[in-house]
Design a protein around this ligand. Structure first.
Ligand SMILES: Nc1ncnc2c1ncn2[C@@H]1O[C@H](COP(=O)(O)OP(=O)(O)O)[C@@H](O)[C@H]1O
Ligand SMILES: [Mg+2]
Length: 276
């Protein structure tokens, strides 16, 4: 979608009172406009600004703000129930939790004005915790189906090069893969679309350390290609080793935003929010 089309969508569809901030209340909707300034002088690639999100009456994401530069890996950490999944879902523009206030900009596009399919078309790739492998389809077909909707991302050849285990199993039914292989397939499916922002919800959950290392290596390789990634993990140590920066959530708010090294060095912070 072009920025002009998105602008049209903003004007035509997203002006209902009481939904998000109205056109007159924020300044960035004109095509090419520069959103909120980021840290330093470089504009952020992803800018999450004061987002508030609700499941029905339950107020869960309570004014979360952070910036991500292009190509950065962010570890989004915090105790169980801190609001990590909800924050990813809000960024991906799923209906629940409902985003009631705030702005989310990705590569100069206003995600906050978009529905989930528009956010996906504009480069948001969410890999949810349950991995969503499609039953009845082979590994290859799971990738093919992700590539049906344009814009296309990585080619199958490139994906199979990145994930040799998947190449070996390309004709095997996706849901018969091991947990780690299913996680790889879930990431491959996201990359098969043209993704600018990869959102990974607990990719290491339930996986053996050796598989975690294998997926880590793949994520590092994806990073070399400039992929901007937010990784939510209970395995904070593994996520911190991969990440450039860490954001810690507590009760739906940002409790810490700094480098991954700062978290690893700060015993109190680790004890208080990460139990490590
Ligand atoms: N569908 C839902 N309806 C109502 N409350 C929910 C729903 N999903 C999550 N929550 C609540 O939102 C809070 C944050 O959950 P979540 O974002 O899943 O946390 P995390 O991923 O950090 O463990 C929790 O208190 C949880 O109970
Ligand atoms: Mg979660």
């Amino acid at each position: 979608m072009t920025s002009a089309e998105i602008h049209t969508l903003n004007v035509n569809e997203d002006n209902e009172p009481g939904s998000l901030l109205g056109e007159d209340q924020f300044t960035g909707t004109a095509p090419g406009a520069t959103p909120i300034p980021a840290r330093g002088t470089q504009p952020a690639f992803l800018s999450v600004w004061d987002i508030h999100a609700y499941y029905g009456e339950s107020y869960i994401v309570q004014g979360v703000s952070f910036d991500v530069r292009e190509g950065e890996i962010i570890a989004l950490l915090g105790r169980n129930g801190a609001g990590k999944t909800s924050t990813l879902r809000a960024i991906a523009r799923l209906d629940d939790p409902a985003l009631k206030h705030g702005e989310i900009w990705l590569d100069h596009q206003p995600l906050h004005d978009m529905k989930v399919h528009q956010a996906a078309r504009n480069g948001v790739g969410l890999v949810p915790e349950d991995r969503r492998i499609i039953p009845g389809l082979t590994v290859e077909e799971n990738i093919d189906i992700a590539q049906i909707a344009p814009p296309k991302g990585w080619s199958k050849d490139r994906l199979f090069e990145l994930f040799p285990r998947l190449a070996e199993r390309r004709t095997q039914e996706g849901i018969t893969l091991s947990g780690g292989e299913q996680q790889m397939l879930a990431v491959a499916r996201a990359l098969a679309r043209d993704v600018k922002l990869l959102l990974l919800d607990e990719p290491y959950e339930g996986l053996a350390p050796v598989i975690v290392q294998e997926i880590e290596r793949t994520l590092e390789e994806i990073k070399v290609h400039g992929m901007t990634t937010i990784i939510v993990e209970q395995n904070a140590i593994a996520a911190l080793h991969l990440a450039d920066r860490a954001i810690i959530l507590d009760m739906g708010q940002v409790a810490f935003d700094g480098t991954a090294a700062e978290v690893l060095d700060n015993k109190e912070l680790r004890h208080e929010y990460l139990a490590i």
